[in-house]
Design a protein around this ligand. Structure first.
Ligand code: FMN
Length: 194
């Protein structure tokens, strides 16, 4: 199934995986083998970071009892679809780094790269990922026992893509790959102009 053809086009030559990765909401209720799941964390592990501090941390919900804990702090609008995902992952980062004199200014930037690697490896493995910011961070911190020195960025639903028919009509209408801004809208040369 190449759903992105005709919707997503790159003007310049890139690996097709960048276009292929998107964020569907329909999941098959099918488990992910542990070694496949570990490949995603393996990819994330190799992301670059300031001083190689590797500030990213992940809390994995692979068992139903753990997924239920996650669902208890995710917004209803997201629970409507992500409750069918076999895996939910909380993406965190360590804010402190002693070597940097305390605060690691790059903790969020670096963790964004790690999640990007994870998502692309998932695509390569025939999986889908869908990140969510729509959840209660205070509740997540309490329920998952996350210490204050770790920032909580997103919950990512991971699994095998299901058919559109599993979704409500409203979500079915949104179940398609999105487009992007043009390079000209993003890149200015010499000094900032966008
Ligand atoms: C940090 C972050 C938070 C997001 N939060 C939500 C969310 O709460 N609910 C949702 O349905 N999608 C959420 N998304 C998915 C984005 O809407 C989606 O990535 C974006 O529209 C681009 O589409 P694509 O991923 O299909 O290319 C989030 C994505 C990111 C990276």
């Amino acid at each position: 199934m190449n759903e992105v053809e005709g919707i997503r086009e790159s003007k310049y030559d890139i690996d097709p995986i960048y276009l292929k990765r998107w964020s569907p909401r329909s999941f098959q209720e099918k488990d992910i083998p542990k070694d496949v799941l570990n490949s995603l964390f393996e990819a994330a592990r190799w992301a670059p970071s300031a001083g190689n501090a590797q500030p990213w941390r992940f809390v994995l919900a692979n068992k139903k009892s753990d997924r239920d804990k996650f669902l208890s702090y995710i917004n209803d609008g997201n629970v409507a679809w992500c409750r069918h995902a076999p895996v939910l992952v909380a993406v965190l980062s360590k804010k402190e780094e002693e070597r940097f004199g305390g605060f690691n200014q790059s903790h969020a930037f670096d963790t964004g790269a790690a999640w990007g690697y994870l998502a692309l490896e998932a695509t390569r493995k025939g999986l889908i990922t869908h990140a969510m910011g729509g959840f209660n961070k205070e509740k997540a911190r309490e329920i998952l026992s996350i210490p204050e020195e770790y920032a909580i960025h997103a919950i990512v639903a991971i699994g095998y893509q299901g058919g559109k028919e599993n979704l409500s009509e409203k979500l079915q209408s949104r179940e398609k790959p999105s487009d992007r801004k043009l390079i000209d809208e993003l890149v200015s040369e010499g000094s900032f102009s966008k």
